[in-house]
Design a protein around this ligand. Structure first.
Ligand code: SIN
Length: 356
């Protein structure tokens, strides 16, 4: 009898403790959602409007309120950092975001960050943060391809999964992550590949890091390039970044656009070149002249996948050019901007392109 009482007593104590802990949210991770706008916060004229809508209409409180299930998986706070379509995102906004993310992650009571973002330049913000966040805690970017007002809007589930991921220990130390459509990608590798389809984010050649399956993040691989806490880039005291342009290669390319960028004083140019980062003979001359004026030239490719081989399509050693490896032009631009905050030496910058 005494034994039974003891067991019942222990069970009651356990249940009491469990409910007190759950009620106080002790076991739930604390995730801060930083909202910046985009289609995930978009509103259309009708429930069937999926293309002609206004992004960045819905505020962070409403985004969170639309997913009450979040309360089961995390203690969630929201901050409205920006309210824009992501085509209007600027390097100054990246610096603001990086500053706020670093501030929040330095706090012991914050376990992870979710950033809601327009999909158009989401990959760029993600890669910038991948290189400038000084913490191993999870940072997850998410967005949506259908506005919040549409039938079958993808935003609420993406937000739910992003919060789940940002609160998961398994997501720590893997660099900045991107989550849409149940798929987890590395910020460095992911890119938007389709103008309107919900299944638009892909990681060419490499594949996803993993998936959220049945409410659990499952990782199958990691990105081996340096990031976050291991990154040498520190933007803490910066209010602007060096100017870097992108020149898009095409048959019959005309150097006047590159010349205009150089005349305007860019510090670097990324060649979104044809094929293996190739340049026409005329452009090769223009790029060499730009290099002669101190502009760093990075060869990347417009093809959307693959690796740029050094000293193949151009004599990079002789011309003192840099190759982008498998970074797409828009990400090569970000790395070059950050590299230029530290050095103007092309060989040192090439080292960084191999490392990040
Ligand atoms: C944007 O990038 O802000 C608009 C498009 C989107 O979020 O899907």
């Amino acid at each position: 009898m005494v034994r039974i009482f003891r067991i019942v007593y222990l069970m009651v104590v356990f249940l009491l403790l469990f409910s007190v802990c759950s009620f106080a949210g002790v076991k739930l991770p604390h995730v801060v959602i930083l909202a910046t706008g985009g289609t995930i916060a978009g509103a259309g004229a009708s429930t069937t409007t999926t293309v002609d809508y206004t992004p960045a209409k819905v505020g962070v409180a409403a985004l969170i309120a639309a997913v009450p299930e979040l309360a089961r998986i995390a203690r969630v706070d929201g901050e409205q950092i920006l309210r824009i379509g992501s085509e209007n995102m600027t390097p100054k906004d990246w610096l603001t975001l990086a500053g706020r993310v670093n501030q929040l992650l330095a706090r012991a009571d914050v376990d992870g960050i979710v950033i809601t973002h327009g999909t158009d330049t989401l990959e760029e913000t993600a890669y910038f943060l991948n290189l400038t966040v000084k913490s191993g805690k999870p940072v997850v970017l998410t967005g949506a391809m259908r506005p919040a007002t549409a039938i079958s809007a993808d935003g609420p589930m993406n937000l739910y999964h992003a919060v789940l991921l940002a609160g998961a220990k398994a997501a720590a130390g893997k660099g900045v992550l991107v989550l849409l459509n149940d798929q987890i990608s590395a910020a460095r590798e992911v890119t938007k590949t389709n103008t309107t389809a919900p299944d638009t984010f892909k990681t060419p050649d490499l594949g996803f890091l993993g998936y959220v399956i049945a409410g659990e993040p499952q990782f199958y691989r990691i990105s081996t390039k340096r990031h976050t806490a291991d990154s040498e880039f520190d933007v803490t005291n910066l209010s602007a970044l060096p100017e870097v342009g992108i020149f898009y290669g095409y048959a019959g390319e005309n150097r006047s656009v590159l010349d205009a960028m150089v005349a305007k004083g860019v510090s670097g140019v990324v060649n979104a070149g044809t094929g293996d980062g190739s340049m026409s003979d005329g452009m090769k001359t223009a790029y060499r002249e730009a290099r002669g004026r101190g502009v760093i030239v990075v060869r990347s490719s417009r093809t959307g996948s693959g690796f740029i081989a050094r000293t193949a399509e151009a004599k990079d050693d002789e011309y003192d050019f840099v190759v982008a490896g498998n970074l797409n032009p828009q990400k090569a631009r970000i790395l070059l901007m950050l590299a230029l905050t530290k050095t103007k030496d092309a060989k040192e910058i090439q080292r960084m392109f191999m490392m990040y």
